[in-house]
Write a protein that binds this ligand. Sequence first.
Ligand SMILES: Cc1cc2nc3c(=O)[nH]c(=O)nc-3n(C[C@H](O)[C@H](O)[C@H](O)COP(=O)(O)OP(=O)(O)OC[C@H]3O[C@@H](n4cnc5c(N)ncnc54)[C@H](O)[C@@H]3O)c2cc1C
Length: 669
Amino acid sequence: MLSIGSCACSRRRSPTGDRSRSSTAPASPPAPAVERCTTAPRTSARAADCRSRVCVPSPAWVLPSSRLPTAQQPHDLGRTRRGRRPLVDRVSALRRDPGGRPGLVHELWCSRAHRDRPDPAVAPTGRRPRRTRTRCARRPRGGVRRPHGRRPDPRPDAHAHDDARSRRRAAARRQDRHRSDDGPGTVSTTEQIDVDIVVVGSGAAGLSAALAAAGEGARVAVVTATPLAQTASYWAQGGLAAALAVDDTPLLHLEDTERAGRGLVRRSAAEILVNEAPAMILALQQRGVVFDADRHGQLALGLEGGHTRRRIVHAGGSATGRRLVRQLSAELVGRPEVTVREQRRATVLWQEEGRVLGVVCDDGLAVRARGTIIAAGGAAALWSRTTNPPGSLGSGVLLAHGAGAAVADLEFVQFHPTAVTGVPGREGFLITEAIRGEGATLLDPAGERFVEELAPRDEVATAIWDVLQRTGAAAVQLDMRAVDPARFPNVVEALRHSGLDPATQTIPVAPAAHYVMGGVVTDLHGDTGIPGLYAVGESACTGLHGANRLASNSLTECVVFGARAARAALGEPAIDPTGPPPAPAPADDPQRATQDAMWRHAGLVRDAEGLRELAADPHPLARLVARCALLREESRGSHVRRDFPLTDPALDLHHAVVRGVEPRLDVWR
Ligand SMILES: Cc1cc2nc3c(=O)[nH]c(=O)nc-3n(C[C@H](O)[C@H](O)[C@H](O)COP(=O)(O)OP(=O)(O)OC[C@H]3O[C@@H](n4cnc5c(N)ncnc54)[C@H](O)[C@@H]3O)c2cc1C
């Protein structure tokens, strides 16, 4: 049975700003997979008060052994007692990627740079947890051995730009290798595999879709462009929203989703999300995802902006995405019916007579399938100031649109209010909203609070923008000195690594592009309307998020709709192609000038003049965003139009949909 409730030590604040103690749900039987809330001694007077009354951390050694980390946990997968993986596992890890690239298993095993720090909750207080040695089954071909003694940089984005550069070079090298005689600039397909379902992307949406399809016995191929640690899913901090608390219901979750979405939420999609979310959390636990629990063994539920109840399920404090992705990918690579092809970018859809028959990758790999599922993530890295990994460039949206699929709501990009600014090497680093849920405040340059910190994101981001315009400051300050650092170990460690100690100083933050509400138009099963083509996750647009996504609804969407799309795609007929697959298309990465123009002209505050300039940009997605934004002559949700500062109620439920070149407004219910 699912264990529900709130962390006893957490402070709670209602959306109106009242702070009160959270209540603990009545005791219920232990959940299948939970771990203790990362409670540690507190520093502030306010927190000390909390500790003295309720929250004395119990040492890990009093936990029953069934609750201590087990071999099911990702970092322990497949180890023998001496800490070495069985040979058969290492061999199968190599076997999965005959192209000589590191497989998912290899990456899980070797990427010490992205490993979680030891969780304070599972080590006796006062003793350093024993460090486990990481063994590489194999180094990537041509890889460089790390100089002895040099420790990897723990920042999640430390090598992001290097990675992007080396990815581009590797893709160019691969294209050179397979250049055909068909003429300049063409690349022939070099290898073909036949499966039932091909999934493009290995974030939460792609992994969920692939696992659901494999669970039905289908042969599945996953092609994925970036390393595991470079997906938005891996970077997700806050958690997954689900109505699990005793004082919560799916209806309340629905109302919060609709309120945040500012009159544009498609109710049918939101209903599916809120109704299926609680069972989905249980299913993830049964898959071995270990969520944080309080000392009663009940799920610790966080509070984030726009939510009227505690309903954010999290793991490893603020390492939710990392834990989720690792567990799902570990299961995926262990399944015999799944083929994973990493560092391959799908550049064109294989299409005959309007039906999609698979994908072709940049290196010439062609994958033929009954169903093709685009799970290629969002596009927020198209804006120069972003919280996203560099690969979030909307390539899935462009692939589907190129095949004739409709795209919608591209004018709506969410600007996260609290991304670090002015700190070298940390530009755009996101500080999860859950920290404000635990009592962090936002201060203007005069040191005054100026906004209700737990209002929906659009409200907080706009309030910050106003302060910056009014005062000329580059940042407002996030004061999290009263927040227990042990609750958010990743964030605190990343900040300390950059020389900022959140326990003693405030953190400079400003809005950054974070999440694209728009994407490939789908029905409630991920169907794009193009035969054989499906889309899920941030690539898709069901209308669920309206004009402003409610915090932590995205990972939930990835898992819920990922599984639905997989089941629907399996109903597609197997069609034999009449001709060869198409040649791969050249990559269409944006120039820096495009990213700057997106920030300047399609930012939080915009107008027709800037958008018209953007509509002439060389990048196709920038042009689509500009056209949708020009059509919406009002201010709504995630952005403000200087020239149309009010919301037009006549445009409620109206979505800007692009089928060919020009968008038009359609009503969705
Ligand atoms: C810092 C940060 C924190 C966040 N925190 C939360 C949170 O707490 N809760 C929440 O609900 N949401 C959160 N979000 C949003 C959420 O993480 C994303 O919306 C969600 O993870 C998107 O998942 P996805 O599977 O659709 O895409 P991604 O996780 O981005 O994965 C996309 C995949 O597609 C691959 N890909 C892209 N193009 C191609 C191509 N052409 N060919 C092959 N592969 C391709 C990539 O390599 C990658 O594997 C956060 C986002 C960020 C950036």
